[in-house]
Design a protein around this ligand. Structure first.
Ligand code: IPM
Ligand code: MG
Length: 368
């Protein structure tokens, strides 16, 4: 039986609550499908700073290195201790550090709007067509997030200057393009590559390289779109998109926009993958939504993004496709049955029942 070594880092805000439900669902899947969970929990983010003085404590990093996959909650509490140096804050010192440390260059964010949640989509029904189903493929270890120099300088006389550097090399664009084309091949075979080639050197290179890689995928229709137009097209005609390929910063922005189309940011899972070596893909799985401090600890958070992240983990890191599909079906059935956390609840739905984080987790675990 397959043994799954998983590091579970719940982090801050709603992280621990949604992680608890995700593990509950994984345990239900373990009973039904043939695998054995070896889950070890460890602190990260402010929880890491509180426990060990660092957003990514050495013991947590060591645990991640010994594991086959990281199941991550979320980190960062904007209102906590503004005096801590920015390089030590959880977003940079834990999340970005893990992405870089494990070479997690490919971030997959699948957005789907379930039929039953049409009301939760901000777009009118006519614009939803036969359903929204978009995979955002975001480059995750390059661009402005990591480019050097990255600093704030004092120019004297009370004037400061902040610099971030957008930088991409050909191999970085090639490898993420390969991931996107391969993903498109397994879907509706359309790839929209997002750039800003009318202004940025990075955009011109991005477009050239993606076009060249596309020659090896003649079965996939490739289209290029400027990022500003892409943001608008998501609102006007989201059904035109299958796979959207974006550099790091554009992908950050457009994936949140796309998530809103899927009903709620609380429904968007994500997989961050490194290179595949010897048939194994190390992966990091997290909800895209963040810590949501305003609702933390109140049993209000939607655990679905975290639960769907476990499905991505079973699929991409452990090739347990049946178990992954089983969890996704259980989520679908639970939604169809009318279970709604506050973010996806509408009083106009006759069969809807407002439930808390725990009840949603219980219902999905039972549906598995
Ligand atoms: C995301 C988040 C992160 C990012 C933040 C928390 C650093 O917004 O994963 O989309 O910008 O990548
Ligand atoms: Mg983001």
């Amino acid at each position: 039986m397959k043994q799954l070594k998983i590091a579970a880092l719940a982090g801050d805000g709603i992280g621990p609550e949604v992680m608890r439900e995700a593990i509950k669902v994984l345990r239900a899947a373990e009973k039904k499908f043939s695998f054995q969970l070896g889950i070890t929990e460890a602190p990260v983010g402010w929880a890491g700073i509180d426990a060990a003085g660092q957003a990514l404590p050495a013991a947590t990093l060591a645990l991640c290195k010994q594991s086959d996959a990281i199941l991550f909650g979320s980190v960062g509490l904007p209102d906590r201790d503004p005096t801590i140096p920015k390089a030590e804050r959880p977003e940079r010192a834990a999340l970005l550090r893990i992405r870089k440390e494990f070479g997690l260059f490919a971030n997959l964010r699948p957005v789907t709007l379930p039929k039953a949640l049409a009301h939760a989509c901000p777009l009118a029904k006519e614009r939803q067509g036969n359903g929204i189903d978009i995979l955002v493929v975001r480059e995750l270890t390059g661009g402005m997030y990591f480019g050097q120099p990255k600093q704030t300088e004092d120019l004297g006389g009370g004037v400061q200057r902040a610099i971030d550097t957008m930088v991409y090399t050909t191999p970085e664009i090639e490898r993420i393009a390969q991931v996107a084309f391969q993903a498109a091949r397994l879907r509706r075979k359309k790839l929209t590559s997002i750039d800003k080639a009318n202004v940025l050197e990075n955009g011109i290179l991005w477009r050239e390289v993606v076009t060249r890689i596309g020659k090896a995928y003649p079965d996939v229709t490739l289209e290029h779109m400027f990022v500003d137009n892409g943001a608008m097209q998501l609102m006007l005609r989201p059904t035109q998109f299958d796979v959207m390929l974006c550099e790091n910063m554009f992908g950050d922005i457009l994936s949140d926009e796309a998530a809103a189309l899927g009903g709620s940011l609380g429904m968007l899972p994500s997989a961050s993958l490194g290179a595949t070596t010897g048939g194994n893909t190390f992966g990091f799985y997290e909800p895209a939504g963040g810590t949501a401090p305003d609702i933390a600890g109140k049993n209000l958070a939607n655990p679905i993004a975290q639960i769907l992240s476990t499905a991505l983990m079973l699929r991409y890191s452990f090739q347990l496709n049946d178990a992954a599909a089983g969890i996704e079906r259980a989520v679908g059935r639970t939604i169809d049955a009318g279970c709604r956390t506050g973010d996806i609840f509408s009083p106009n739905e006759p069969n809807a029942r407002k439930v808390g984080t725990r009840e949603m987790g219980d219902a999905i675990a039972a549906a598995v």
